[in-house]
Design a protein around this ligand. Structure first.
Ligand code: ZN
Length: 136
């Protein structure tokens, strides 16, 4: 069981390790990774390098979801935030381990990997990153 989980994690490193990439011309960081830097365009060919993001950042804005898509029924209400990572990219994710009324713009958060949903049809369980507050 443990071995199966370990293999599962290795097989999708991008999703589980927050792998982004960086344009070494202008040093902008992207997540998900891009083939070409949209600022440097052709100058970035061959100059994009993988970077592992730390997963730490801050809440830029958030919204409380009261009426979720059907697959997420039973989880509402929950908070979805746009988080600006320390490296620069902005990504969207659910805020967990925090009372909804305690969430604040500018709050420091850390990415954590959690079950997102069960697929009752295929039996697959999807995991992804969510964000939890950083204790001070
Ligand atoms: Zn660039």
């Amino acid at each position: 069981m443990v071995r199966a989980v370990a293999r599962f994690w290795r097989e999708i490193p991008q999703r589980y390790n927050l792998m982004g990439n960086k344009c070494t011309v202008c040093n902008r960081v992207y997540f998900p990774p891009r083939e070409v830097c949209p600022y440097c365009r052709r100058n970035s060919f061959g100059k994009m390098v993988d970077v592992k993001l730390k997963g730490s950042g801050k809440v830029v804005t958030y919204t409380i979801i009261h009426t979720p898509p059907s697959k997420f029924e039973g989880q509402a209400p929950y908070a979805i935030a746009i988080v600006e990572l320390d490296e620069g990219p902005r990504i969207t994710g659910q805020i967990v381990d925090c009372d909804l009324d305690k969430i604040k713009i500018g709050m420091k958060v850390q990415a954590t990997f959690r079950r997102i949903q069960d697929d009752g049809y295929t039996g697959a369980i999807y995991y992804g990153y969510k964000f939890r507050p950083v204790e001070k």
